[in-house]
Design a protein around this ligand. Structure first.
Ligand SMILES: Cc1ncc(COP(=O)(O)O)c(C=O)c1O
Length: 394
């Protein structure tokens, strides 16, 4: 067996199951889960209709590169959303079956394995980055995101030598779990570093369409390149998904876009990896990328939910509205695991202890004493959960 498999950590939800083992939740209280980041707003009906109308397309094998029509609608969306002058649909866009598999597969294609190879990522982080680095034969290098660093990765802590060893940098903006957005200037500093030290930036932007102010959407990595006058997007690749944007997590539809030379090699890898998107899903995806009305309505639902829930917490919990995304990331003055267990036992509400999403670096796990709450359920449920959380705090 591949010895690197032994290095994989238990997934946070497995750790949550163990944490709750033997605990009986309070009788008479309905279960409310804020632990899983699975969108629960309704998917757009016109996308479902498009998929249903094209079921017979399963009689053909899909191409790894996806249909030209899908790549074109993605390129047009990228241009509109990130003010890009030019995106080459043939060479700079590749559909993927959700960003999870793509974020994992990307490291396998990019990394030259070896004892010196570093793959950097935020800490706490979306767990795929670590597993992808380990199975690619590299060492994960975590950058703490603390209140002191504005919940953004502490890039200043990286030494010259470590930048030289870096082959791949994952960034996640808006961040899961912190909700922090990397500003344009910082994206541009990272692009300059990537070119100086010849590493690739994989920018996970799958929460980019969940934001609060319609007039200031989070910037993206390709946008930062374009603002530097580079339409080739050298060293840069972005990951986008319909899962959160369009409430279609089961469609498994996303894309990777950016540096054509990197994408050429990634496409080669994917030919063997063998995970082309089913044809009817591609057609449904075209409909979804071509429409913004449902995305705006989706944002409005989150906006209302966040303001109602934050009002419940006001003055009672150390929590701020995130820059973007659908998570709250409150800080506790007690242990996150103990609180999560007590909350489950006494109030039948499930939240994810922040320490499960981080690793200990330089003596601290920046997820410790934090909770991740996904505000994905119906507003009444989220508000009821907030009230129960407040009761558990006293
Ligand atoms: C930060 C982050 N990246 C990527 C994904 C994967 O999303 P999908 O594979 O549905 O596109 C998730 C899912 O929760 C996530 O939180």
């Amino acid at each position: 067996m591949n010895p690197n498999l032994q290095q994989l950590q238990p997934y946070p939800f497995e750790r949550l199951r163990l944490l709750f083992a033997g605990v009986e939740p309070a009788i008479g209280k309905t279960a409310i889960s804020l632990s899983i980041g699975e969108p629960r707003h309704a998917p757009p009906a016109f996308v479902l209709a498009e998929i249903a109308a094209n079921l017979e397309r399963v009689s053909n094998y899909p191409a790894t590169a996806g249909m030209p029509e899908l790549r074109h609608s993605i390129a047009a969306w990228l241009q509109r959303r990130f003010h890009l002058q030019a995106v080459d649909a043939t060479q700079q866009v590749l559909p993927v079956n959700g960003t999870r598999e793509a974020l994992f597969a990307f490291a396998q294609a990019v990394v030259e394995p070896g004892p010196q190879a570093l793959v950097m990522s935020p800490n706490p982080f979306y767990q795929i980055y670590e597993g992808a680095a380990l199975l690619a034969g590299a060492t994960p290098h975590f950058l703490n995101c603390t209140e002191e660093s504005g919940l953004l990765p502490d890039f200043a802590s990286v030494s010259e030598q470590q930048w030289r060893q870096c082959q791949l940098l994952y960034i996640c903006s808006p961040g899961n779990p912190t909700g922090a957005v990397l500003p344009m200037t910082q994206l541009q500093q990272l692009i300059a570093l990537a070119r100086e030290h010849n590493f690739v930036i994989a920018s996970d932007e799958c929460y980019s369409e969940i934001y609060f102010d319609e007039n200031s959407p989070p910037p993206g990595l390709l946008e930062a390149c374009a603002a530097m006058g580079d339409n080739q997007y050298r060293n840069c690749v972005v990951f986008h998904s319909l899962s959160k944007r369009s409430n279609l997590p089961g469609l498994r539809s996303g894309f990777v876009a950016g540096d054509a030379e990197i994408l050429r090699q990634f496409a080669l890898y994917r030919t063997y990896h063998g995970c082309a998107m089913p044809p009817h899903h591609q057609l449904g995806s075209i409909a979804a990328w071509n429409d913004e009305v449902h995305v705006q309505a989706n944002r409005q639902l989150y906006r209302e939910k966040f303001s109602a829930v934050l009002a419940e917490f006001d003055g009672k919990l150390d929590v701020a509205a995130p820059d973007a995304g659908f998570y709250l990331w409150p800080r506790l003055d007690t242990s996150d695991t103990e609180f999560a267990r007590r909350l489950y036992a006494t109030e039948n509400v499930t939240v994810l202890p922040g320490s499960f999403l981080g690793r200990e670096v330089q003596g601290i796990n920046p997820g410790a004493n934090h909770l991740r709450m996904a505000l994905v359920a119906e507003p009444e449920q989220c508000i009821e959960a907030a009230r129960r959380i407040v009761r558990c705090l006293v």
